[in-house]
Write a protein that binds this ligand. Structure first.
Ligand code: SF4
Ligand code: SF4
Length: 199
């Protein structure tokens, strides 16, 4: 009989402890998320694939197309394409291709970038069965609505046109001088052959 009551008290005690834990967890805010309807907020130090950063003042990137990120990348997964636009200082970025399939997230590109134009993104939700889906144009990603036209400086445009005209003039003068020298040489040669024939 004594054993029966002992078991009963132990059972009630155990039930009370269990109910205490259940009630505590019932009132605690759940830590699970209803993925994919809810997304996890990543920590600032999380390393997703790199991205071009937007300058809040200009609304565009600060990449100067120097290519130092591509040169420093041990996996060779960055391709920077740029062009010269009249009236715009330096080169204008036309595409920034990242092949994320071979990126090791080493951070060499971010360290090499002097203007701090790139950094790691918080993108963690990448999934696809196609390798091509992991090759991004970061410029397009930054401006999905369309890449804005670079700002042309009229003063620089004028200076460039003057420089181009001066270079064209110099080239024309050089060509004329070379043609003149060639003509004089030819005349001199024909004079020498005439003199030889007479003698
Ligand atoms: S994180 Fe490393 S591997 Fe990835 S793109 Fe940058 S330099 Fe290349
Ligand atoms: S991202 Fe930085 S290092 Fe790479 S090309 Fe642009 S400015 Fe140069």
């Amino acid at each position: 009989m004594a054993g029966y009551f002992k078991d009963l008290i132990t059972g009630i005690k155990s039930l009370a402890i269990g109910m205490k834990i259940t009630n505590k967890e019932f009132l605690t805010k759940p830590i699970t998320l209803q993925y994919p309807h809810e997304a996890l907020k990543m920590t600032p130090r999380y390393r997703g694939h790199i991205e071009l950063l937007k300058n809040p003042e200009t609304g565009s990137h600060t990449c100067i197309s120097c290519g130092m990120c591509a040169k420093g990348c041990p996996s060779g997964c960055i391709t920077v394409n740029s062009k010269k636009v009249p009236g715009v200082k330096g080169k204008v970025l036309t595409s920034y291709i990242l092949n994320f399939t071979t990126c090791s997230l080493c951070g060499q590109c971010v360290e090499n970038c002097k203007p701090a134009a790139i950094n790691f993104s918080n993108e963690y939700n990448l999934a696809s069965t196609r390798k091509e889906d992991f090759v991004f144009d970061l410029l397009q990603k930054l401006h999905p609505e369309g890449v804005p036209e670079p700002k042309v400086d009229p003063e620089l445009l004028k200076k460039e046109a003057e420089k181009k005209a001066a270079a064209a003039k110099k080239a024309a003068e050089k060509k004329a001088a070379a043609e003149k020298a060639a003509a004089e040489k030819a005349a001199e040669k024909s004079g020498e052959s005439e003199a030889e024939e007479k003698s």
